[in-house]
Design a protein around this ligand. Structure first.
Ligand SMILES: CC(C)(COP(=O)(O)OP(=O)(O)OC[C@H]1O[C@@H](n2cnc3c(N)ncnc32)[C@H](O)[C@@H]1OP(=O)(O)O)[C@@H](O)C(=O)NCCC(=O)NCCS
Length: 132
């Protein structure tokens, strides 16, 4: 939660994490010198994996950890039997979009007004997919 609150203007709540774990969603945790520095949350259903959250601690971003964690998360999805991964990303998040594009994700759609964006405002989500 400490990382989540620093990393997002609209962070997940502790309840979102607890519900994900209770529901059996898969998670990856990146550790550095015994400390959690990043994590991802993945919902696998049949042959499709949905990346719900991927976050690196702000002070450690831009050192390749996000790319590393994304690769581990894709491996986890493959081990669970998935043959593709779907995710949503804000158009205003160029770093995350660039990371996904470099890994081979392509845009497959747009969800209108998907994200909260302050009082009474919403932001669209770019929907991306990687198949293997
Ligand atoms: C998106 C996110 C997970 C990426 O993690 P990251 O660790 O910063 O990613 P990487 O370091 O692997 O790559 C990101 C950038 O760092 C650069 N980079 C990688 N290694 C580097 C290094 N050794 N030195 C300098 N820059 C480096 C990459 O080229 C890339 O640059 P660019 O996108 O600005 O061109 C992270 O920024 C994050 O947690 N953001 C907030 C939460 C978020 O937006 N999550 C995604 C929601 S869809």
């Amino acid at each position: 939660m400490a990382i989540e609150k620093l990393a997002y203007p609209f962070p997940w709540t502790a309840g979102n994490f607890v519900d994900s774990i209770r529901n059996g969603y898969r998670t990856c945790v990146a550790m550095l010198e015994g400390e959690i520095v990043g994590y991802s949350v993945l919902l696998c259903a049949l042959d499709e994996a949905h990346l719900l959250n991927i976050t690196i601690a702000p002070q450690l971003q831009r050192h390749g950890l996000g790319a590393w964690l994304l690769d581990r998360t894709i491996e986890l999805a493959g081990d669970a039997g998935a043959t593709c991964m779907i995710l949503e990303v804000r158009p205003s998040n160029p770093r995350a979009r660039a990371l996904y594009e470099r890994r081979g994700f392509i845009q497959i759609g747009l969800r209108k007004g998907y994200y909260p964006n302050g009082a009474f405002r919403r932001e669209d989500a770019v929907v991306m997919r990687l198949s293997w």
